[in-house]
Design a protein. Structure first.
Length: 299
């Protein structure tokens, strides 16, 4: 067992997330790989083309930030996946998309070779810069957007950047860029939350007395989580966790399937993935973006 632990420790010490980079490798010109696009299912080609063009414009804005422009010491791969919206959501919702940009540390000592332009590809994968398009559940990890009626805790709002909210989602931060005056989620009222509980847990003995104790205005007031099991609701004071539901009415009815109406930019929180060189670069690039110009691109 001791030998296995030592071996694991040696591997961790050699990890590119923890290893230092030589000055020569840090100064090497990084290559930005071609944009790879994957389409899942039989989607209309004209709409895919329009969606890809808009997503590509936003990716170009990311690559134009001071931190990622003409990278040194790392290369960048970039890919886009386009898919249909979840089947449980109303018909007519726009395509979903996910851009994944992966920086990779250049290691000249491992035999990296330059391309015709003198740029190098890195090796192994670093943390990711992600952009999610038209995903109502973009501020929730591992959530595909099914179960629209299900209550969801609103994630912790870390701060704001250029007036746009930044949420903490696991070990990542997510900047939400929505249309002015709209949000992809809506507050869940106490009446809606009680209705959901009655459907999911019909034997819950708290439901009838709780509903009987609430007036009409109280039933239409926002619902917040409680830390006490005997209480259905908590106090919606400052610092409380509101219940929300995904809001399919966010999207314009009758809009093109290839329209881009919602953007969420996700980068790792420094220390989350253990990559002390690349994590800060991705977070800095997100902060350097002109977020209002991305909002102006929304269809």
């Amino acid at each position: 067992m001791r030998r296995l632990l030592l071996t694991a420790g040696a591997l961790a010490a050699a990890s590119p997330a923890l290893a230092e980079q030589s000055p020569a490798s840090a100064a090497a010109k990084g290559r930005i790989a071609p944009f790879s696009v994957q389409v899942i299912g039989a989607l209309p080609p004209a709409e895919v083309k329009a969606f890809t063009a808009k997503a590509g414009t936003i990716v170009d804005k990311v690559l134009a930030t001071p931190t990622l422009h003409r990278p040194r010491g790392f290369s960048i791969t970039r890919s886009l996946t386009i898919d249909s919206p979840p089947s449980e959501q109303p018909q007519g919702q726009p395509f979903l998309g996910r851009v994944t940009m992966i920086p990779q540390m250049i290691n000249l000592e491992a035999g990296a070779k330059p391309d015709a332009a003198g740029a190098y590809m890195g090796r192994l994968e670093g943390p990711t810069f992600q952009i999610r398009f038209n995903n109502l559940a973009a501020i929730y990890p591992n959530d595909n957007g099914d179960r629209l009626d299900q209550p969801r805790d609103l994630p912790l709002k870390m701060a704001s950047i250029q007036g746009f909210p930044v949420f903490q989602v696991g070990i990542r931060q997510v900047i939400l860029i929505a249309k002015p005056g709209r949000q992809p989620y809506a507050p869940m009222t106490k009446g809606q939350y009680l209705d959901w509980l009655a459907k999911e847990i019909p034997g819950d003995t708290r439901l009838a007395p709780t509903r009987a104790s609430l007036t009409g205005p109280q039933l239409t007031a926002p619902a917040c989580a409680s830390s006490r099991l005997r209480e259905v609701f908590g106090d919606c004071a400052k610092g409380a966790t509101p219940y929300v539901r995904l809001n399919p009415d966010y999207f314009d009815k009758g809009a093109r399937k290839g329209a881009v109406q919602l953007v969420a930019i996700s980068t790792p929180i420094p220390g989350g993935h253990g990559h002390k060189i690349l994590e800060p670069k991705l977070k800095a690039a997100a902060a350097e973006l002109d977020l209002a110009s991305i909002q102006a691109l929304l269809d």
